[in-house]
Design a protein around this ligand. Structure first.
Ligand code: PLP
Length: 390
């Protein structure tokens, strides 16, 4: 299904693919519990809550936006405020590093990972807190601003050729040679324990959002969440499925049309790998290979996948900024997906969006690249927040 939505005369093409395999009749499958579970999430939540400076990130109610979109309610979880790292990724990589540092077998000699920016920042932050050496691999498309933010946490940053998936392979090869431990946010055959911990850390954000939105008595009806390798979307689906079973909110996974590996996998009915530079303004979502562990949850659990173009991103950032809310390029993809879907009659009907819908959005990052944020929005994140506070 392709729609041309023209908010200001400019077309914003998007592809919506309802998941033909979604299972909405069963309880959360026992087979998925070893990957993600509410029990393991509770352990992660206790650990994260013990970190200095922990506070749940705000859940903002956006009634004006809901009204404009003909939706009952829209709430936006502001990960801009997560531990000063400005993204939800602070929960995942750092949680996995903390677990490694506390392992009975002793801490690793060093930790390393590939990153589009946010995951590496989290791993570097966790490594510094645990006194571990840390090496972070960034590919050609990662801005120098993001690399510098990682160095600020004391990590060595290595820039490597190719795309994100290439940097994952280079990090893994170097780690094998040097005896380091890879803390990846994506899984592969024979490498699952650490990415599972990373995803479980993300679940903390989902638990917070449900609690803040009125608890189990008043869950959202829909959640739009960004997709890179699928980790945060899987954490979202797993939490909601185990907690709410057949009545769980619908989850729509939104990703860039230039890196739409999850949408294509849903269409093909099997994991699809994309090659090439996958260049998109949504840098954190520039992934061509789904995480198999995440896909195991998304394939039966996600309701729909949506691939959107870069053109929708700056307007979505600006519409949030006008409300005093900061959302970065990758963090507003879900909002952009909602804006497109709610204005298209066919997509509205497909997703069951109407004036009674309560939509939860995860604003997974704030201004993680401040210069780019200011360029796209026309003012700095600090100015947006100062205006909101005034
Ligand atoms: C801001 C932001 N949102 C969402 C994602 C997607 O997460 P995942 O790769 O687990 O799907 C990322 C990944 O880096 C990200 O940085």
């Amino acid at each position: 299904m392709t729609v041309l939505f023209t908010p200001s005369g400019a077309p914003w093409p998007a592809r919506l693919v309802p998941n033909p395999r979604v299972d909405r009749g069963s309880e959360y499958p026992a087979a998925l519990r070893p990957i993600l579970s509410l029990d393991a999430e509770a352990v992660a939540a206790r650990e994260v809550a013990s970190w200095p400076g922990y506070a749940p990130t705000p859940l903002r109610d956006l009634p004006g936006l809901a009204h404009a979109l003909g939706i009952g309610a829209v709430t936006f979880k502001e990960e801009q405020h997560r531990f000063g790292l400005r993204s939800f990724k602070a929960l995942g990589g750092a949680y996995a590093v903390k677990k490694l540092a506390a392992a009975t077998a002793g801490p690793p000699a060093a930790v390393c990972c590939a990153t589009d920016g946010n995951h590496g920042r989290s791993v570097a932050w966790g490594a510094r807190a645990s006194g571990l050496r840390c090496v972070i691999y960034v590919h050609e498309g990662v801005s120098e601003g993001r690399a510098e933010a990682i160095r600020a946490f004391g990590a060595e940053v290595r820039r490597v050729p190719g795309n994100y998936d290439d940097s994952v392979r280079i990090a893994a090869a170097d780690a094998a040679r040097e005896g380091w431990t890879v803390v990846s946010d994506t899984s592969w055959e024979g490498y699952q324990d650490i990415p599972r911990d990373v995803m479980q850390g993300y679940g903390v954000m989902v638990g917070e959002a449900i609690a803040q939105g009125g608890g189990a008595a008043r869950p959202p009806t829909h959640v739009f969440v960004q997709g890179g390798v699928g980790g945060v979307a899987a954490a979202t689906v797993a939490h909601l499925w185990e907690r709410f079973g057949a009545t769980r909110p619908r989850v729509i996974v939104v990703e860039p049309d230039k890196a739409d590996c999850l949408t294509r996998s849903a269409e093909a009915g099997r994991v699809v790998h994309l090659a090439g530079d996958l260049d998109t303004i949504m840098a954190g979502l520039s992934c061509g290979e789904p995480s198999p562990l995440a896909w195991a949850v998304l394939d039966p659990g996600a309701d729909a996948f949506m691939a959107i173009g870069d053109a929708a991103i700056a307007p979505a950032m600006r519409s949030l900024a006008a409300l005093g809310v900061v959302g970065g390029e990758s963090g507003v993809a879900g909002l952009a997906g909602l804006e497109i879907a709610s204005r298209d009659p066919a997509m509205r009907a497909t997703l069951g969006l109407d004036a009674t819908s309560r939509v939860l959005l995860f604003g997974t990052e704030g201004a993680t690249d401040p210069a780019l944020y200011a360029e796209l929005v026309g003012e700095s994140a600090e100015d947006v927040m100062a205006r909101a506070a005034a």
